[in-house]
Design a protein around this ligand. Structure first.
Ligand SMILES: [Zn+2]
Length: 568
């Protein structure tokens, strides 16, 4: 281990992080680089973390073993958030040093009042003295975005833009937000196997890497995916000449650095990747010029996508039920390209529930679903219009049930549509569960469980509430899983509940940062979350938090003036 003296600056918080030079460690059949990183805490204590990164031995020439580039990028968000200055024994490439210190860092810091200046202290090496990467890569992760990039770049007419390799890096994305999946390892092995099969099919070699990066320095993947992905790319910077990062964003979304420390970096990804690019390594945010439906349509005739497209939030194969699988299937149905994907999805299940799925999506207002609805209408789909009729009848029945007008008639209509409308089923569940009659109560619970199994958000929330009153372990576990799934899908009430569980730490492990993340997301739409966020920020009492609390306060006042209802 190196002997080193920490260099401390007059930063607001006097901590620093020292990156020691890496060295190639070789053991068959992989080659790797490892590096000690010392973290000097405010209280004077020092903690050393060892980060390793390994690839198949045949790619060892591509490993970067003499620069600190990858570590600094990988930990940039972490250091910014925690006010760590960075000192490194190993040098940084000159252009990257300029891009970081004179462009990206000032942009990130000036657009977020929570951040303050950090310094990067290391020697630099002129880029023209570095080894040259030769290859052009992208991810083999099999989602719509990466499939689109593969489709458009694998056979690009210009050789200088055509993919030469695919890659799969284990840097945190497989864990999702929390890694609560019980079948984590078997899911990961399915992901690796599918990526290899895909690479075989398109005839490109695949660079598989493994690293303990996300374990040595745990970061919430939601905030840091751009940085951890670039960690893996820069670890192989002597391999790559160009790298396409499949973008999840879209040109019609806001592109901004504003409040970057508390939001998903895909908001500013095309700009950040352009800034991080150097004369030796060009990074592209690929595909943000296309909407998801445009991408899906483009890949629907692409044999590798038809076989290997993967969208699932919950498992290594496509479940066909979760929000992400459902969104893709609905879009495919709208565009008339469902059968193109019969190898990747269980279409029997979709067709058996088709009406219900369409009726369910009619009420959704997210950008992707709105676009799919527009396509159904443009194609004059009879099935779609029939589903609109069901949806209207159910709405009318619910309204007369609420107003206690012709209750028997309303119940009969809801019963008639309960297999094609989750809302009808859920309304019946609520109605019967509040009954005093035991048999009706039992029927209500059966309907509720059916609604939950149909993945209907209101039924899931009501079932979570039902489980929260139980005391056994299995119920608690099921509750946490349901709540995390819903929060990841964007449900403000489950985000609020998850934030409360993460901050209390009684049911799941305490994680204040993650709690605040979910709370901020929820507070953008959900009034009770605004109150709690305000209280938490006031409690912390730091200048920055108090300033944010003032902003929340004015948002609450504006919200109360409008008296807009909270989302269901
Ligand atoms: Zn799924």
């Amino acid at each position: 281990m190196h002997i080193h003296t920490p260099v401390l600056y007059n930063s607001p918080e006097p901590h620093s992080m020292l990156i020691n030079s890496g060295g190639i460690i070789k053991h068959r059949p992989v080659s790797g680089v490892s590096c000690d990183i010392d973290v000097y805490r405010k209280d004077g204590s020092v903690e050393t973390g060892n980060v390793w990164f390994e690839v198949d031995a045949k790619y060892k020439e591509g490993l970067c073993d003499d620069l600190c580039d990858a570590y600094v990028i990988g930990l940039l968000h972490y250091c910014l958030k925690n006010h760590y200055d960075i000192t490194s024994d190993a040098p940084m490439s000159e252009e990257l040093y300029y891009n970081l210190t004179e462009v990206l860092l000032p942009l990130l810091i000036k657009n977020d009042f929570r951040l303050s200046e950090i310094k990067i202290d290391c020697k630099t090496i002129a880029d023209d003295k570095l080894r040259r990467g030769k290859y052009i890569g992208s991810s083999a992760s099999c989602g719509v975005d990466s499939m689109f990039t593969l489709h458009s770049r694998a056979n690009h007419p210009s050789r200088s833009l055509r993919l030469t390799h695919l890659c799969l890096n284990n840097v945190g994305s497989f864990i999702g937000s929390y890694g609560l999946g019980d079948d984590y390892l078997s899911n990961v092995s399915q992901i690796y196997r599918r990526s290899k099969d895909l690479a075989n099919m398109v005839g490109l070699p695949i660079v598989e890497s493994d690293s303990n990066f996300s374990k040595a320095f745990p970061q919430n993947h939601l905030f840091s995916h751009l940085y951890s992905s670039m960690f893996a790319v820069f670890m192989m910077r002597y391999h790559w000449r160009k790298y396409y990062y499949p973008s999840a964003g879209h040109i019609s979304n806001v592109m901004t650095f504003e409040n970057n420390s508390v939001f998903d970096p895909s908001r500013y990804e095309p700009m950040a990747l352009a800034i991080l690019s150097t004369s030796r390594l060009k990074l592209y945010s690929d595909g943000f010029t296309h909407s998801r439906n445009e991408k899906l349509y483009e890949i629907s005739d692409y044999a590798p996508a038809r076989r290997y497209l993967h969208s699932c939030l919950t498992q290594g194969t496509n479940c066909g039920r979760c929000g992400k699988c459902q969104r893709n299937l609905f879009a495919m149905d709208a565009m008339g390209i469902l059968d193109n994907f019969k190898e990747a999805y269980d279409l029997d299940y979709y067709y058996a529930n088709r009406k219900r799925f369409i009726v369910h999506n009619i009420s959704k207002t997210d950008e992707f679903t709105m676009d799919s609805k527009r396509i159904f209408i443009e194609r004059r789909s009879k099935l779609y219009f029939a589903c609109i009729k069901i949806s209207k009848e159910v709405d009318a029945a619910i309204s007369s049930l609420n107003n206690k007008k012709d209750v028997e008639g309303a119940l009969a209509i809801l019963e008639k549509h309960k297999d094609s409308s989750d809302m009808a089923l859920h309304t019946l569940a609520k109605y019967y569960m509040s009954s005093k009659d035991e048999a009706e109560k039992k029927k209500g619970l059966e309907y509720l469980i059916k609604g939950k199994d149909n993945e209907y958000p209101d039924s899931i929330m009501m079932y979570i509430n039902y489980l929260s009153k139980k005391t056994d372990k299995a119920s608690k576990k099921e509750m946490v899983k349901l709540c995390t799934d819903q929060a990841t899908k964007g449900g403000p009430r489950s985000q609020f509940l998850l934030a409360k569980m993460l901050s209390k730490g009684n049911i799941i492990e305490k994680d204040y940062d993650a709690a605040m993340y979910w709370l901020r997301l929820s507070a953008s739409r959900f009034r009770p979350a605004m109150t709690l966020l305000y209280e938490e920020l006031c409690k912390s009492g730091s200048d920055l938090d108090l300033a944010e609390a003032e902003k929340i306060k004015s948002r609450m006042e504006a919200y109360d003036k409008r008296k807009s209802p909270d989302p269901e």
